[in-house]
Design a protein. Structure first.
Lengths: 140, 140, 140, 140
């Protein structure tokens, strides 16, 4: 899988935790958000595989962004996670974790999103869903 | 709150992701697991507060360990997360995140756990629950 | 366990689905909500044990009410479930399902709650958590 | 939407709770499970809309069956729900609730499934996911 960030003008600067984990946003449209994270030793747990917190962080990220798309860098919409649910399906076979998020419902005050983490072989590693509420001080 | 790790002989060496996030296990008994994580800029999201993935990682960690206590460093029990659910209650007022996990049920093949993230002022930041399965190659 | 409904003046009339399942509210205070449901054949699944939907319905009910307590029957607060998470710990040994719900956080627009289903022997059958939003047309 | 149950020979007899709620299985293949439930007053909550426990029960049902398909009525596979997560997206506009479940991963001992509840207009009412474990005494 290869992603071209066609809408690079709306992609935001990486924030602190994003830099610590090392993921990169490669797509952010009204339909979906995609981030990529190359695996490395620093992300592994006591069993030598990616820590479940890595998948959770990626899913929280793509689902949150999925509900905040405006298409206009001058109008930023922001949201807080209310609940996050993650199902851990399998271990990665490849070297890159790719998370995709989609908004699936909601209204003016809150929204729902779903997400999936795969590796570059297409293996589905984890799925997630969540409820989010818009920050009242962000563009509605 | 202050925790004395009385059972330091069973505390394991920090693994890679643990070192990246910077949390430290301070208690691990049959009843509970506690880890601490001093806040720092690297853990913050685009809003300047701890990224939801941090709480998720902490909860996944303490709940997983909670079901794997044996009290004997020569007999290691291991588990994989099946599902993780996190509720984000509030923002931290303090400077240290403290996560506590407890096993709440289960059998020989799987277990359930609950957890809470507070800060050092006692403010409850997040709660979580999860289902885990024991690795078949670990001590039952 | 025996519960005395001391605050019978605020207990509401049973609604339709409540009558179909057969549960009864026995306590509703600022601290907790408790409902009871005597087991019967109609509530069982293809294995002859209570259907998971029964526990889910009970947990959704007590958690939703937990966030809506006002103590005043003339001021009704209402809420909608955003997300519901249920962990199925064990099977009942007794003949009555008793669900208890508690509000654990939230603000003016939404709240979080936790709940537990036990039987009359004290056996913990299921635990749950959820996020709810207040209906804007109800007393805030 | 109209469903023809082509594989009626593997559809099981309704069990007790199924009869109480009134849903009917209309499809059960390796790919998906579908059940239908005509709305009626008995299924409504204190607001006059379907109780959240109804959607939860339907999702638990279709997801559980989704992992137990064998295609052979003489070989029955059985599973217990470990965790159930439900997101409540909107209210039904129509008169029939239609739940669909799909297995999305797992192994010999446990599986994961996802599900959706729609009405006959296609409106998405609720989504769910869950982890289940196979009963050890059922065909593996």
């Amino acid at each position: 899988m290869k992603f071209e960030a066609e809408n690079t003008d709306i992609l935001e600067e990486p924030y602190e935790f994003q830099k610590l984990l090392g993921f990169r946003m490669v797509d952010w449209t009204a339909e979906r958000v995609i981030i990529q994270l190359p695996m490395r030793g620093e992300l592994t747990n006591r069993y030598g595989i990616p820590h479940g917190g890595v998948h959770a962080a990626m899913l929280d990220t793509v689902m949150g962004y999925a509900g905040c798309y405006t298409g206009d860098p001058d109008h930023i919409r922001q949201a807080m996670t209310l609940t996050l649910n993650v199902n851990y399906l399998s271990r990665p076979k490849g070297d890159v974790l790719i998370a995709e998020g989609r908004k699936v419902g909601g209204g003016k005050r809150s929204f729902f999103a779903e997400g999936t983490v795969r590796d570059e072989t297409g293996e589905r590693i984890a799925t997630g869903s969540g409820a989010f509420r818009y920050r009242s001080d962000s563009v509605g």
